[in-house]
Design a protein around this ligand. Structure first.
Ligand code: SAM
Length: 232
């Protein structure tokens, strides 16, 4: 992977960046995504935000190597603190982290999100936490992707300002992904059901405290509801 040729995962993220966006890529280790977006005339300019010094320095080097220092600003900052009001950021990408970390980053500086037209979020795990954040903060899901690369499964959530309604199961599985019912989706949730089944078996052998009984019932509910969706 480099700034010209992204991984399948980051290329899928890039596809959702609106034409002529001013983009902020948060957690921009190597800055490959912003460099690609500017090189391909998708983004007009970009901010690459990184909280850790090593990846921040890699991002600075990459932007210099690609001769994009007039279009891409690299900032060492925690999450959305990398974005300043004068930047006029219209879209934000946050990729390659867990859903809870992405949600924490979004929660920490809500004022920065005013005026942002699109969020493209790629959680490696626990996408549900982002859907819950979106529901509580008036962002609606306009698209979702599930893909597999190097034996790992990734989800991408595309959000725009607005309200939506999601059932409990849609929060877990994703409203668009559930509807599409792709092979990757089926494989992900079949694997999850297997894992929940293994945990449940182990719990049944343990002492039946109220917590263990409650956890076991929760897993049984998940196995039944997600199993029902997979049968469709
Ligand atoms: N976004 C790239 C991608 O998808 O390939 C890099 C993913 S890398 C696994 C996650 C990066 O996010 C790391 O470089 C990490 O330092 C950075 N990161 C984690 N928490 C952050 C935060 N609160 N603010 C900015 N960057 C953060």
């Amino acid at each position: 992977m480099n700034a010209q040729k992204l991984s399948k995962r980051l290329e899928s993220v890039a596809k959702f960046v609106p034409q002529d966006a001013i983009i902020a890529d948060i957690g921009s280790d190597h800055a490959y995504l912003p460099c690609y977006l500017v090189h391909n005339n998708i983004a007009k300019s970009a901010i690459a935000g990184e909280v850790v010094k090593g990846p921040y320095e890699s991002a600075c080097q990459e932007v210099q190597k690609e001769q994009l220092t007039t279009k891409i600003t690299v900032r060492l900052a925690d999450g959305l603190a990398a974005i300043e009001p004068e930047d006029g950021v219209t879209a934000i990408t946050i990729a390659g982290m867990g859903g809870p970390l992405i949600a924490t980053i979004l929660e920490k500086h809500p004022e920065v999100l005013k005026g942002v037209e699109r969020l493209i979020l790629q959680p490696n795990i626990h996408a549900k936490v982002i859907r819950e954040w979106a529901l509580q903060n008036s962002w609606k899901i306009i698209d979702e992707v599930i893909l597999s690369e190097d034996d790992k499964i990734y989800e991408i959530l595309v959000l725009e300002p607005g309200d939506m309604h999601l059932s409990e199961i849609e929060q877990l599985l994703g409203p668009v992904l559930q509807q599409q019912h792709s092979e990757v989706f089926q494989s992900k949730w079949t694997r999850e059901i297997d894992q929940w089944g293994n945990v449940r078996e182990a719990l049944q052998k343990a002492e039946q405290t109220p917590e263990i009984v409650a956890k076991s019932a929760e897993l049984a509910h998940l196995i039944a509801t997600v199993g029902e969706v997979l049968k469709r």
